[in-house]
Design a protein around this ligand. Structure first.
Ligand SMILES: [Zn+2]
Length: 255
C-alpha cells in the first residue's frame, strides 16, 4: 500500500462526510440530494464554498452561521470525522482492494441511516432496500459467495421478523419496526449469515449497555425505546472490521 494512502483516504473521507451530512438532512425530508446548494436552515443564507470545508469551516466559524449566528449542529463535523475514520479503518482492514471501496460505501450508508434513525426514528427504504439491491450486485467483487449473501439477507430479515413478533406476542408491544428488518437484510447481504448473527448479538449488547442507563437518565420507561438501527449499524461495522478477532477470541476461550 502506498505510504500516503491513509492520508488520501482520510481527506477524501472528510469530503464524502460533508456530502453524507446533506443526505442525512435531505433524504428524510424528501429533498433532492444534488440541488440546490446548501443553505442555512434558519436564515436561508447560501453556504459559500470556503464555509463548506469539512471540520475546518466549523472551527473557523466557531459553530455559527455567518448570516444569523444560529448554532450549527456539532453533528456536521462529527459525521465528517466519522466518515474519515471509517475510510482509514476500512483501508487498514482491506488494503487497496475492491472490498475496501465496497465496505466503505456500505459504511457510509450505515452512517446516514444511523443519524436519520436518531432524528426521525425511520430508516428510509431508498437506503435499506436500495442497499440490498446494490449490495447483491457488489457481492460479485467481495470475498463472499452468493449463497452466503442470500443466506445473510434472508436470515437477517427473517430472524428480526421472528424477534419482533416474539416480542409483540410476549409483551403486546412493538419493540422494533419494519425498518430494522430491512436494515438487517441489507447488513446480511454483504456480511453473510455469520455477520447477521454477530450483528444481532453485538447490537443487542451495546444497545442494552447504552439504552438501559439512557432510559433511567431520561426517567422514561423502556417503551419510549431509543431506535435500534444505530446499534445494528455499529454491530455490523464491528463485525466487518474486527469480527475475525472476536470470533477467534471467543472460540479460543471455549477451547
Ligand atoms: Zn443562518
Amino acid at each position: 500500500m502506498i505510504a500516503y494512502a491513509p492520508f488520501i483516504a482520510a481527506v477524501t473521507g472528510l469530503f464524502i462526510g460533508s456530502f453524507l451530512n446533506v443526505c442525512i438532512h435531505r433524504i428524510p425530508r424528501d429533498e433532492s440530494i444534488v440541488f440546490p446548494a446548501s443553505r442555512c436552515p434558519k436564515c436561508g443564507r447560501a453556504i459559500r464554498p470556503w464555509e463548506n470545508i469539512p471540520v475546518l469551516s466549523y472551527l473557523f466559524l466557531m459553530g455559527r452561521c455567518r448570516g444569523c449566528r444560529e448554532k450549527i449542529s456539532i453533528r456536521y463535523p462529527v459525521v465528517e470525522l466519522l466518515s474519515a475514520l471509517l475510510a482509514v479503518a476500512m483501508l487498514y482492514r482491506f488494503g487497496l482492494t475492491p472490498s475496501f471501496f465496497i465496505y466503505y460505501l456500505w459504511a457510509c450508508v450505515l452512517l446516514v441511516i444511523t443519524f436519520i434513525d436518531i432524528d426521525f426514528q425511520i430508516i428510509p427504504d431508498s437506503l435499506s432496500i436500495g442497499g440490498i439491491v446494490v449490495g447483491l450486485v457488489l457481492v460479485w467483487w467481495l470475498p463472499l459467495s452468493y449463497t452466503n449473501a442470500l443466506m445473510g439477507l434472508f436470515l437477517g430479515a427473517g430472524l428480526l421478523i421472528f424477534v419482533i413478533y416474539g416480542y409483540y406476542f410476549l409483551t403486546g408491544k412493538e419493540g422494533m419496526g419494519g425498518g430494522d428488518v430491512k436494515l438487517l437484510g441489507m447488513i446480511g447481504v454483504v456480511t453473510g449469515w455469520q455477520g447477521v448473527l454477530f450483528t444481532i448479538f453485538m447490537g443487542s449488547l451495546i444497545g442494552t449497555a447504552v439504552g438501559v442507563p439512557w432510559a433511567f437518565a431520561q426517567k422514561k420507561n423502556m417503551q419510549a425505546a431509543i431506535p435500534f438501527g444505530p446499534f445494528l449499524a455499529l454491530g455490523a461495522l464491528i463485525y466487518v472490521l474486527w469480527g475475525d478477532l472476536f470470533i477467534n477470541w471467543y472460540f479460543g476461550i471455549l477451547a
